[in-house]
Design a protein around this ligand. Structure first.
Ligand SMILES: Cc1ncc(COP(=O)(O)O)c(C=O)c1O
Length: 425
């Protein structure tokens, strides 16, 4: 288990068929897609469900049969996203066009309504989370406190977060997993330690990069808000979802006056986005059903995410250690894996690496020439600057396969890496 676990044979063999373009771009040809952290391979069922519901002209607010059916999809989708994806027992759903918008919305709610003189955020946050806190600190005259990362592990340590909190802290916002190194943060412990210092403290979590790799459980962690982006989680673009706790949902926010206090919906919802996300849920439940046939959907989803995490651990182990036939990244001369200090179980399937003598942006081109899509993260980019500084790097390559990839994909990637590193030696 320490080195992960493969899916059952039958599932392993057919899984790629469930996705669009797993091995080739339809017009550009064969390629290995290892940039899933930028937008994951899409499930066919999600894309089809979105399209299917876009065909209907009917308004989900009407009382005729089709209108009622469309509304039912939105209601069921809202309930499943809250209870199954986020593991919520109460609270409300914020829906926007992107995950970034949901983050700004959650941060605004706390910062505009809760007293305090400072807000705490980690240095690793994506700009959508960091800038949201920075923006509302400036707007409300609060002090911005930035928690450093452990450069060896790429983690934000709970004890360090707690050191930045005092009785005047209004908000803590920490991501669930790094979008550069895959380091998983111990959100449960962070919430516990910061609430030891201030029991009613509001804590928000960016779940975007963790959602496709492992379960999110807002009722276990006790966070007040958490978001995810379906397009990074096998689903579709054009929507971002966030859970908000009851107490956060009840704070004054932009809404239609006559609607209930905890309603965030503004305007006509898009049933297709909910239908697509429910297909993602069904898919993960199906994976869970291999070992939990009789369980309910919530339990099957948890198990499905658990199996995805274990399978990705097995892929990560192979990527780092290799096999008898091919060395892993840790063993290829000229290759360095950054922030490589965590147990595999504390990492999502995202690796930051470098190749001696090759700038990351040139490495991206070298990989593409050999049919592999990866991404660079550079200190000169507003999206990566703070993460690079935290890891003492000027840039790196980000490698992000996903659970539908197989051993042969990892081996093919290692072979290409070996060739590129050799060319530079
Ligand atoms: C950790 C993290 N949070 C938030 C986002 C923002 O997602 P979106 O662009 O969908 O708003 C990203 C996107 O890369 C991300 O990696």
């Amino acid at each position: 288990m320490k080195q992960g676990m493969w899916f059952p044979f039958e599932l392993e063999n057919n899984i790629k068929e469930r996705f669009w373009y797993p091995d080739a771009d339809p017009t550009l040809g064969k390629r290995l897609f290892f940039d899933n952290a930028g937008g994951s391979l899409r499930l066919k069922t999600c894309v089809e469900a979105k399209a299917e519901y876009e065909y209907f002209p009917d308004c989900p607010e009407r009382t005729h049969r089709r209108g009622v059916m469309l509304k039912e999809v939105v209601n069921r989708g809202t309930k499943e996203i809250l209870e199954i994806v986020f593991g919520a027992k109460e609270g409300a759903l914020i829906t926007e066009l992107t995950a970034s918008q949901t983050m700004f919305h959650m941060v605004e709610l706390v910062m505009e309504n809760i007293p305090g003189t400072n807000a705490v955020v980690s240095c690793l946050e994506h700009p959508s989370a960091f800038d949201a806190v920075d923006y509302f600190c400036r707007k409300t005259g609060k002090e911005l406190r930035v928690v450093p990362a452990n450069p060896k592990t790429g983690q934000i340590e709970p004890e360090t977060v707690a050191e930045f909190v005092d009785e005047n802290t209004c908000l803590v916002s920490i991501m669930a997993a790094s979008n550069v190194t895959g380091a998983i943060m111990d959100i449960e412990k962070i919430v516990k330690l910061v609430r030891n210092k201030k029991p009613d403290l509001y804590v928000i979590c960016d779940g975007v990069q963790h959602a496709p790799h492992g379960k999110m459980d807002v009722s276990a962690s006790g966070v007040d808000g958490m978001n995810f982006a379906p397009y990074k989680c096998f689903g579709v673009r054009g929507c971002g979802f966030a859970y908000v706790s009851d107490r956060l949902a009840k704070l004054p926010h932009r809404k239609l006056i006559k609607k209930d206090k905890t309603v965030f919906e503004l305007g006509t919802p898009s049933p297709g986005n909910f239908a697509a996300t429910m297909e993602m849920i069904n898919y993960v439940c199906e994976i869970g059903s291999y070992s939990k046939k009789e369980a309910d959907k919530k339990e099957q989803f948890r198990e499905g995410m658990n199996r995805i995490h274990l399978k990705e651990q097995a892929l990560l182990h192979r990527l780092l250690e290799g096999t008898e036939d091919i060395p892993g990244l840790r063993h290829i001369p000229g290759v360095t894996v950054f922030a490589d200090g965590l147990e595999l179980s504390d990492r999502d399937l995202i690796v930051a690496m470098g190749i001696d003598g090759l700038e990351p942006q040139d490495a991206v081109k070298a990989y593409e020439a050999k049919g592999v899509i990866v991404c660079d993260r550079l200190i000169t980019s507003m999206y990566a600057k703070r993460s690079m500084e935290a890891l003492n790097l000027s840039g790196c390559l980000r490698i992000s396969p996903m659970h539908c990839h197989g051993k042969e994909d990892i081996d093919a990637f290692l072979k290409v890496t070996q060739e590129i590193a050799k060319d530079r030696a």
